[in-house]
Design a protein around this ligand. Structure first.
Ligand SMILES: [Fe+2]
Ligand SMILES: [Fe+2]
Length: 474
């Protein structure tokens, strides 16, 4: 299908040939823009931002760079190319042709999956709406806005599916995606991580590293779906998502690098001395990491889940990179879960593999998260410091699944609740830590300059220099 970039809604789905659908989406478009003006990035809508825009899905078109005012960004609908004779890759329908329409019996489940994914996209824009004012550099400001406009496009992607394949219910769900708001007392976003405020840049980097990475795994699971339009939508979203995780990965790395520089200068790792010098001490970075990692783990769902089993059986939502698994049916296989035994210890339980899909995906996610830690720790190693960043255990501070509300140490050892409480200040950001981090957040808008608490990036965007004018304020 050709890309139509000239249309009011750029797309490669042949929107022009479906007048009803086109009209419905053109009706939704002003509502989206209204939402963007009200709850998108505050105050920067008149600035020209050096942004990447997808105008088609081929290598030349998906990343074109230019100055754009965010409200003029061309939010389009782009699906990855259709695969010839694609077949169901897992579950009970393995090997059958994939579906171009929604099977009636899976309609409400697929709609729910799409709405849940769709809800996270505008939620993160809302969470991040005030961050522009305290950006540590023009480079970072531009990256924030890149992430924001692409989350907006991801919302468009999901709304397209709802409009195109789910009739009136789908249109109603699309309206509601703009009616729920992050942190709203009456109409919050669906998943709790997406109701946590992101009011400082350390949280933003943690979010883009850990929570956008959950997004990557959800999209990869949905990219395996037998409902082909969903699969193709998610495949293309993944190309954009990679940059969001890059922002988090390099952002955390740059914060650590800057802290090390000052540790060297001052010859101390004393948190108070480092804070006086305007950088974030390593224990505080670790606490932020503990918070966002554990919060993001819950997004994968319960470790033993009959929903996950039925998604897998029915071919709705699979495992990332299904091709790498040996058994695509998993009707007979099992998985060993480690559960709290209720007496302060751990017991094992074998459950059907299909019921353990969430846990399997969570484990793959943890392995992916570890890569960033290895990179960040290399900075410490090269500087000759013994400290290391660590990922807490998947049992730590969970609010969902078998380990929900079970007190454990960050290493995952079950402990008494009193012991847990007495260590909380060492393990998770305290109001004092948050206040300190907030106190160093000041917008730095001079070309090439960085805030005191972060090192410059290694290179600029799209081969531009680091001191490029990534955002023009006029
Ligand atoms: Fe997204
Ligand atoms: Fe993202």
């Amino acid at each position: 299908m050709e890309s139509n970039y000239q249309d009011r809604i750029p797309n490669n789905v042949g929107l022009g040939a479906n007048r009803t659908l086109q009209r419905a989406l053109e009706h939704w478009q002003p509502e989206f823009l209204n939402w963007w003006h009200g709850l998108g990035p505050s105050d920067f809508n008149a600035s020209s931002v050096y942004l990447r825009t997808a105008i088609s899905v081929d290598t030349k078109g998906w990343a074109t760079f230019d100055y754009v005012k965010m409200p003029d960004y061309r939010w389009g609908i782009f699906l990855a190319q259709e695969e010839n004779d694609r077949r169901v890759g897992f579950g009970d329908h393995f090997g059958q042709p994939v579906w171009q329409q929604v099977p009636g019996e899976h309609r409400s489940t697929l709609r729910r999956l799409i709405v849940t994914q769709g809800d996270t996209e505008p939620a993160s824009v809302e969470q991040q709406r005030l961050l522009g004012h305290t950006a540590p550099s023009l480079y970072d400001l531009r990256n924030l806005f890149q992430v924001n406009v692409e989350e907006g496009r991801h919302l468009w992607a999901m709304v397209y599916l709802l409009h195109a394949y789910f009739g009136r219910d789908g249109r109603e769900e699309a309206e509601e995606l703009l009616e729920r708001h992050s942190g709203d007392a009456d109409k919050p976003r669906i998943l709790s991580t997406f109701n946590e405020p992101i009011s400082d840049w350390l949280s933003f980097y943690m979010f883009t590293y850990f929570t956008d990475r959950d997004g990557k795994f959800q999209l990869k699971s949905l990219a395996e779906s037998s409902f082909d339009p969903l699969s193709r939508t998610c495949k293309f979203m993944l190309t954009e998502e990679a940059h969001h995780m890059f922002v988090g990965d390099t952002g955390i790395g740059r914060v650590i690098k800057r802290t090390i520089e000052v540790m060297k200068e001052l010859g101390t790792d004393d948190p108070l001395a480092l804070r006086k010098a305007g950088v974030v001490d390593l224990p505080t970075i670790q606490k932020y990491l503990n918070f966002w990692f554990s919060s993001s783990l819950d997004l994968f769902g319960g470790d033993s889940s009959s929903n996950a089993a039925s998604y897998f059986a029915n071919g709705l939502k699979g495992r990332p990179d299904e091709i790498k698994y040996e058994d695509h049916i998993e009707a007979e296989s099992s998985f060993t879960l480690e559960l709290p035994d209720g007496k302060g210890g751990v017991r094992e339980e074998r459950i059907p593999m299909r019921n353990a899909v969430n846990e399997v995906v969570r484990e793959a996610y943890v392995r992916d998260c570890e890569k960033g830690l290895a990179r960040w720790n290399r900075h410490l190693e090269e500087a000759g410091y013994p400290q290391r960043m660590t990922l807490p255990s998947t049992r730590f501070r969970r609010t969902l699944g078998s380990w929900a509300n079970v007190a454990t140490s960050p290493e995952g050892k079950p402990i008494a609740q009193e012991e847990f409480n007495s260590h909380l200040d060492e393990w998770l950001p305290t109001p004092d830590d948050r206040a300190y981090v907030h106190s160093v957040m000041h917008g730095v808008f001079e070309r090439g300059k960085m805030a005191s608490w972060i090192a410059p990036p290694e290179r600029g965007i799209n081969t531009q220099p680091i001191n490029f004018e990534y955002v023009k304020f006029h």
